[in-house]
Design a protein around this ligand. Sequence first.
Ligand code: ATP
Ligand code: MG
Length: 397
Amino acid sequence: MNNRRTLVIRYDEIGLKGKNRRFFIDRLRQNIRFRLKGLDGVSINVPHGRILLECDEDQADELVRRLGFVPGIASLSVGVMMEPELELIAQKGIEWISPLLDSNPALKFCVRTKRSHKGFALTSSEVDHAVGGQIMQALSERGLCVNIGRPDFKLEIEIGMNHTVVFKDRVPGLRGLPVGSAGKVLGLLSGGIDSPVAMYRLLRRGCRVHGVFFDNKPYMGQGGYNKVLRLCGVLNRYQESMRLRVVPFEDIQVAIRDHCRPANRVVLYRRMMYRIAQAIADAEGYKALVTGESLGQVASQTLENLDAVSRVVDCSVFRPLIGMDKNEIITESKTIGTYDISIEAQPDCCSVFMPDRPATKAKIHELENDETRYPWQDLMQEALGKMEVLDPEPLDI
Ligand code: ATP
Ligand code: MG
């Protein structure tokens, strides 16, 4: 009795990458290998257009679960590797479909074959018909019928040069691109709902994402720091590791509060965050900054204020949530698993320092004038000097 299983892992976008394809696939393979930790005896093969994992039967469910956290996988299925003999394949189909007929006597099914072994004696549709016919012969009396457009059950067959796999149950993956296939970026991570979602979006496009948190412990306590660490833990379920930098921000906030126009405070804070983030990015090779800003969400995120913030840096700033509603962002944060941590009570980074009436259209010349009133360059260097660098562990997946 063969108790091995084969997982077929499909990627889609990688297929479009021309000459770089090999590089993307190798990256995906490495990321998958990383997820196999503690599961002994799982092997990986990369035949044309697929990644195949071989595992013991009792490891299959756990593998499917873990691979649900790997960007770059379009879908996967658990199957059985067998000889490309149609009768054996049909028998497997009968074995899988037969119990389903108990609860659904009018079950509709189809067979779908993909053939990368072009020398195989039959075409894909000939295999579909032959295998489907044998299954119908065995089970049509019990009510089974064929429906190619909307089947309840799809028996899939892949005939490769060296492997033929028969499988059921397509599980959708995260899609996107494998982490590490693009460069690394630096996310401005607050304890809120938006920024972890923004960072996840870049992660899913192949970036390795690290974070910077501007902390204000003397006024806000340890709460924000602890939250952000745990948010990193959740995001690390989707990549190997995230370096987190924690920059003490209290002296800068106090200086802005005490010396600048109250209405401009929030934009001035944000300009300092961007400047410091760019200094880190330049020093450490991050190719862009990522924020959770969304147009019009709060006063600091009007077109004018976003522009006033962008102007202090000359690197790329990505705002993947710019056109999203709060509800859409919340839905996504629930899906990725950051929501429950994000909504834990925490004094807002700026609430103690918030003006009564924040400017919705801060004027650049006023902001620049405000910035002559406190020694921001010195405070920025001091903050960078006191920065803490952490490597948070992933939370269990
Ligand atoms: P979030 O946007 O993460 O839900 P928030 O809504 O409290 O938090 P905003 O005031 O909307 O944050 O800030 C906009 C963006 O600026 C954040 O998404 C984040 O990228 C960045 N940011 C704000 N505060 C901080 C902070 N203390 N540390 C790091 N980044 C921050
Ligand atoms: Mg926000």
